[in-house]
Design a protein around this ligand. Sequence first.
Ligand SMILES: Nc1nc2c(ncn2[C@@H]2O[C@H](COP(=O)(O)OP(=O)(O)OP(=O)(O)O)[C@@H](O)[C@H]2O)c(=O)[nH]1
Length: 396
Amino acid sequence: MEYLLIALVIAVVLAAGIAAFIVPRRRARIREREAPPRPGVDYPPGVGDDAAPQLQEERRSVADVTLPEPDVDTSAIEEIIAAPVERPEPAAGRLVRLRARLARSQSTLGRGLLGLLSRERLDEDTWEEIEDTLLTADLGVAPTQELVERLRTRARVEGLAGPEQARTILREELIALVGPDMDRSLRTDRHVTENRPAVVLVVGVNGTGKTTTVGKLARVLVAEDRDVVLAAADTFRAAAADQLTTWGDRVGVPTVRGPEGADPASVAFDAVKTGSEAEADVVLIDTAGRLQTKVGLMDELGKIKRVVERHGPVDEVLLVLDATTGQNGMIQAKVFGEVVDVTGIVLTKLDGTAKGGIVVAVQRELGVPVKLVGLGEGADDLAPFEPAEFVDGLLG
Ligand SMILES: Nc1nc2c(ncn2[C@@H]2O[C@H](COP(=O)(O)OP(=O)(O)OP(=O)(O)O)[C@@H](O)[C@H]2O)c(=O)[nH]1
């Protein structure tokens, strides 16, 4: 009995010991299973996670924490950074769009002439009025006489039966006078075999619109996917170089410029060199405005051209004339033509004049075609000149 009692006590003590050892471990396992995951231990900590429970834990540095990929579409931002430049509109058909700008020329030249030619009786007084109208519109004496002669002959032979026929005949004769067969293309193609860009030199008296024209022309060329380099060879005015640079920046075109007062010939030379190295298609050179009466400045212009031609012949020399200055433009055209062999005329501010006849007069004076016309201050208000479109614009 005594032995039985001792065995019972030993069994109870053993059972209690086993229970004391196993139960806490099971509880610990259960606690472990039930405990919420801990930030920084079980998963990367995020905003709002309480740091306090981890104070005793091993700390992780920023480098250990993998941040999630941002859930943001960055392509739009990249697009803005990569393409801050404007996409100019193509030049084709611009004269049609800008036709309304010829309204002032229309009233004098086109409509005035149509009104006179549509009269029932074309007496001497009427022909004189027609002549006066043409002269007032700056057509010039010789072209005026030629046109009146042609119209008189056709009126006699064909008869002018009503406004419709008058319009048809006047249209045909004006187009013939403006010169539909002149080559008005701009030579801006890269010289591939010689590995050099085309060079366009832009000249004229002060304030005619040279810098504006270079800027607008750069846009036309960029619209045709050409690589353009601008040369700020107007080194008299720092503002002129800034103005040109702004035009270039807008369409992603670089501008080569020198310090204020630098030799314009050397800036132009450097620009063509830069254009060659960059394999550009065309270099547009803006020059300072100069009065045709200033011999020193005209000599300087000749020098610019000669220095640039060390790279190869200049492809275009564009003379920019302000259409509102009328006959004064004729004198400028003559002197500039003698100094730098003008190859084309840019007639600016045609939107602000009733003297559309200047187109014919200046072509006669220089024997070179009007290639571009400026019809406003807007960035794309420069149009390739097309005789038929121009005459249609005049006749309304
Ligand atoms: N209405 C109108 N204004 C024009 C046209 N072309 C140029 N202009 C304006 O004429 C002014 C003179 O233009 P610029 O390009 O600075 O002239 P510029 O010949 O470079 O001047 P300088 O460098 O001083 O000789 C500016 O206010 C132009 O906006 C045009 O076709 N129509």
